[in-house]
Structure formats: structure tokens, C-alpha cells
Ligand binder design. Structure first.
Ligand code: FES
Ligand code: FES
Length: 161
């Protein structure tokens, strides 16, 4: 079937099997190497992307569901202000990434910067736990994301729990 959608800001059209995994389609046909295939069952979070603004595991999304949607992968996200903010915050928190899934960690953090309401610590922990990354600890991640949110909100972040 033909699938038309918006990928990182550009209109694209591709022929694909309806049930092809979105992660495979984007990596194999568009060369988007930020999408890792690890668990393929929705637990590791290494294939996350934004689908119509929502963070999803692309290994669980069949190609037909993308028709008419907007997809943003790390390749698109990394040129945003939110990416710069979260990358800085993790660096300042002392996080050292091996490069395997920092893209997914940054995108998960970035999704919290876009929230219309200030995320609580438990919101942050819940969202960040969607990416299983061994290079950082929950406390470093929480601190980094709090600081990213604080800098986005001009220092008005109140640590709601
Ligand atoms: S590869 Fe998609 S969640 Fe693990
Ligand atoms: S960046 Fe190293 S395991 Fe996630």
C-alpha cells in the first residue's frame, strides 16, 4: 500500500506492507539510524519517536497507522531548542552516554518540556522509565530533567510531587 505522511517536517510517500514495523521502515527505507531495534516488544524504548506529538515505541506501530500522520524521529528532534536544553541539562548533571540510546533518552525528556502542565517528579520518572538506559541512574535523570524543565520555564519550576 502507499503510505503518505510527514517525516521530520517533509511530506513523504512510500510503498510498504501494512503491517511492516514503523521502526524497520524508517531505518531501512529512510536511513534513520537513530532508531534501534532491541527488544521489539515495547519494553526497551530504544525505538521511540513522536507520532502526532505523542511518544510511541515505533517497533509496535504498523506502517498503515502512519498514513496522514506526522512523525518526528531523533534526526528531526535534534535541531530543536528542546534538544539543546535537555542535552545541556544531562551534561551538567554529569551523565555520560555510550551512544546506544541517548537519542531515546533525550526525546523522552523533550516530551516533558512540551507538556502543557508542569510535570511532577513522578510524571518525570514514569516517562523516563520508558527508556531502559544503563548509562544513567534514575536520580541523575530526574535531576537533569528537572533542570531542563526549570530552564525552559525561566526558573519558575516548583518541584511538584
Ligand atoms: S525496540 Fe521498540 S521498545 Fe524495544
Ligand atoms: S546511552 Fe548507553 S545504554 Fe543508553
Amino acid at each position: 500500500m502507499t503510505i503518505d505522511f510527514i517525516l521530520n517536517g517533509e511530506d513523504v510517500s512510500i510503498k510498504a506492507e501494512p503491517l511492516e514495523r514503523l521502526s524497520d521502515l524508517l531505518r531501512d527505507r529512510f536511513g534513520l539510524s537513530s532508531l534501534m531495534s532491541d527488544c521489539l516488544n515495547g519494553t526497551c524504548g530504544k525505538c521511540i519517536l513522536f507520532l502526532d506529538g505523542r511518544l510511541v515505541n515505533s517497533c509496535l506501530v504498523p506502517a498503515f497507522k502512519v498514513r496522514g500522520s506526522e512523525v518526528i524521529t531523533y534526526e528531526g528532534f535534534r535541531s530543536t531548542e528542546a534538544h539543546g536544553t535537555v542535552a545541556r541539562a544531562f551534561k551538567e548533571a554529569g551523565a555520560e552516554f555510550c551512544g546506544f540510546c541517548d537519542a531515546a533518552v533525550y526525546m523522552a525528556a523533550g516530551s516533558l518540556l512540551e507538556s502543557s502542565e508542569r510535570p511532577s517528579d513522578s510524571d518525570i520518572s514514569e516517562t523516563m522509565s520508558s527508556v531502559y538506559c544503563r548509562c544513567t541512574t534514575p536520580s541523575v535523570t530526574l535531576g537533569a530533567v528537572r533542570n531542563a524543565i526549570e530552564s525552559t520555564m525561566g526558573g519558575k519550576y516548583d518541584r511538584a510531587r
